[in-house]
Design a binder for this molecule. Structure first.
Ligand SMILES: *[C@@H]1O[C@H](CO)[C@@H](O)[C@H](O)[C@H]1NC(C)=O
Ligand SMILES: *[C@@H]1O[C@H](CO)[C@@H](O)[C@H](O)[C@H]1NC(C)=O
Length: 331
């Protein structure tokens, strides 16, 4: 059999660093924030509790903070890509959009990408960053960034598909201008919850409510994707503002590609992968990651109070009877 669970980094030095962690609290913070450098990894490793998790990180599961081409490949319009140092640019023009996908599929873990969205007039464009499995009963976790006219705010739409059914849109505006600089967008996925994060601030939690009879996505391996395309039939102000092609090309930039998860072999069935990834003792299954910590819960409350502009859970025109999971979700 192939070794199906590999580390992209062969070895890690485990030693104390100036950032050495001293308390559980800090470990929790590091666990739930991105493991975005060897330093962080070493810091995590140097804490007592981190040691066990480091064991699984280093020797068990995919740990990748790597170059674009190590983890991803263009799947749509390779000629609409350009490379600029660490950054990858993808453009939309009147000929085509573009997209990239991960080379591997994963079950559980954390995916993080830094994105700098289309500057200036981005009306009509959508840039998406998402995880998805395949097939009619697929699962999907979406970030969609809806462009706007110059100076007007981007909208971030998130959605969760379970067994092929979405219709779980939420919309937010951001507390910064996402076109001025790179910001981190992450998805944490384990057997208890799916968390969407912006710069490590949780903006959405999809909780496992299987005990209430509600299906939860944890049985299909997912790829990681991003794309940019023209969606001027719906994206900006409900489709009223069209893409102004005289402002093309529309360019989104990416860097800081990280996938820390249970890598799945296509040679194995979903059932085998699910069993292995659920029982591997991955860091993502640590009890501290089974729900938001107190600080994160407060952050989410703040985001929802100050930045949420749409929540399917409160759209009674669309859903006269409140979707089941909304009744049970804490937030
Ligand atoms: C695309 O845009 C360019 C520049 O505005 C224009 O010259 C060209 O005709 C357009 N092509 C199509 C297929 O619309
Ligand atoms: C674009 O800007 C308008 C006006 O500020 C705002 O109402 C809208 O939500 C923004 N975003 C989109 C995607 O339409």
């Amino acid at each position: 059999m192939l070794l199906t669970c590999q580390s992209s980094h062969q070895t890690y030095a485990i030693k104390t660093t100036p950032h050495s962690l001293s308390s559980l609290n800090k470990t929790s913070k590091y666990l739930s924030s991105s493991l975005n450098s060897n330093n962080t990894t070493m810091a995590l490793c140097s804490s007592v509790i981190g040691f066990l998790m480091c064991f699984s990180l280093c020797f068990c599961c995919a740990l990748a903070t790597a170059k674009f081409e190590d983890m991803f490949q263009p799947y749509w319009a390779p000629d609409h890509f350009s490379f600029d140092g660490d950054a990858v640019n993808m453009k939309l023009d009147n000929f085509s959009g573009a997209g990239f996908s991960s080379k591997s599929k994963y079950m559980f873990g954390r995916v993080n990408i830094q994105i700098k969205l289309v500057e200036g007039d981005s009306a009509g464009t959508v840039t998406a960053f998402y995880m998805s499995s395949e097939g009619p009963k697929h699962h999907e976790f979406d970030f969609e960034f809806l462009g706007n006219t110059t100076g007007e705010p981007y909208v971030v739409q998130t959605n969760v598909y379970v067994n092929g059914v979405g219709n779980r849109e939420q919309r937010l505006n951001l507390w910064f201008d996402p076109t001025k600089d790179f910001h981190s967008y992450s998805i944490l996925w384990n057997q208890r919850q799916v968390v969407f994060l912006v710069d490590d601030t949780p903006i959405r939690v999809h909780t496992n409510l299987e005990h209430k009879g509600i299906p939860y996505p944890k049985d299909q391996a997912m790829g990681v994707y991003s794309s940019i395309w023209n969606a001027d039939d719906w994206a900006t102000q409900g489709g009223r503002v069209k893409t102004d092609w005289s402002h093309a090309p529309f360019v989104a930039s990416y860097r800081g590609f990280e996938i820390n998860g249970c890598e799945c072999s296509v040679a194995n069935s979903d059932a085998d992968n699910a069993k292995r990834c659920a029982n591997i003792g991955g860091w993502w299954d640590h009890p501290m990651l089974s729900e938001l910590n107190v600080h994160q819960s407060h952050q989410l409350i703040w985001v929802r109070a100050n930045h949420m502009i749409y929540d399917y859970c409160s759209d009674t025109d669309r859903f006269p009877s409140v979707p089941m999971e909304c009744e049970h979700h804490r937030h």
